[in-house]
Design a protein around this ligand. Sequence first.
Ligand code: ADP
Length: 361
Amino acid sequence: LLQLRAQQQVASLAATNYSHNSIVSNNNLVDNIYSASMEGGISSNVQNAEERIESTVLYDGPHPELAARLEKEILETNPGVKWDDIAGLSEAKRILQEAMVLPLLMPEYFQGIRRPWRGVLMFGPPGTGKTLLAKAVATECGTTFLNISCSSLCGDWYGESERLTRCLFEIARTHAPTTIFIDEIDYLCSAKVSATEHEASRRVKAELLVQIDGLNNSNKMVTVLAATNFPESLDEALRRRLQKRIYIPLPDFKSRKELININLKSIKLAPGVNIDQVARRTEGYSGDDLTNVCRDASFNGMRQKISGKTTEEIKNISESEFLNIPVTMDDFLEALDKIKPTVSAGDIQRYEKLLSEFGSS
Ligand code: ADP
């Protein structure tokens, strides 16, 4: 009965539509999460399918939720983001390419003094494409992509955080080459958390340092890609492990134009739409802010069309009629009136000062 339950669990996870693009083998991974969680992260003990089923059965006992939650939290299958989906940031793309993509293509070249960076930090204002870049690295490298945020690791998983951190790296090694994306890494050093969370984050940080150090002695290609909006919060120990540090700035004029074009790829535009003007008007907007402007503008025609109509009347309008409403310059101007930049000029000054302090290229 227990074996059957284990198989059902694996089958139901497979049925949640995971593709195999960035996950070497889901069933293996799921099994390893189960066994690693069960055994405090020692999945290398697991030798063959029969033993895996056995471990799954054991796991099925004391901590069924732990594995299910970890699995749900960290596996991002087929992130499907290409470099071209990301506007601008050519310098960041170049550095990431050198730090993370090339070592996978030329492992023998990246040896000794040229050994790959094990920890890379992206810092900058929120909504500027850090997560997108991490996903593009995984897509372009075809690596297994594990995506976790520090606040959930320390907060929601209180009591298990340290073990899960070990487990995370074990999973990463098992499925190398792997990109571990750790968002909100500053959380591990934040003073603004409760006493219990502080204790959890202290333990996770200590474990993380050990694990990143361990990567240097391993021939498995596992890279930690961390992101933060508060780089100044990171302590010296963490900074040292994240040797390569990349500033991800707000988009400049050219990048904003690119971003608008990416966002409006499949949208019908009215003849008078002036992308240059929208890009000029959005200085200081993050990529996320600008995406919101495009989204809002693209809805405006539909809003006008249904205004004052009953649901019955709306039902009688065909969808192609909506699809044929072009986005006008007025729609953009209206959206710009509503959506303001979320990053302040003071914040930008702070980032630029920090860039000279500990950025690298
Ligand atoms: P961050 O991780 O830096 O907070 P994200 O990568 O999550 O930001 O970006 C949030 C959203 O903003 C993305 O899903 C995307 O729609 C948009 N975005 C931000 N920067 C860019 C960019 N450079 N190119 C394309 N889209 C972007």
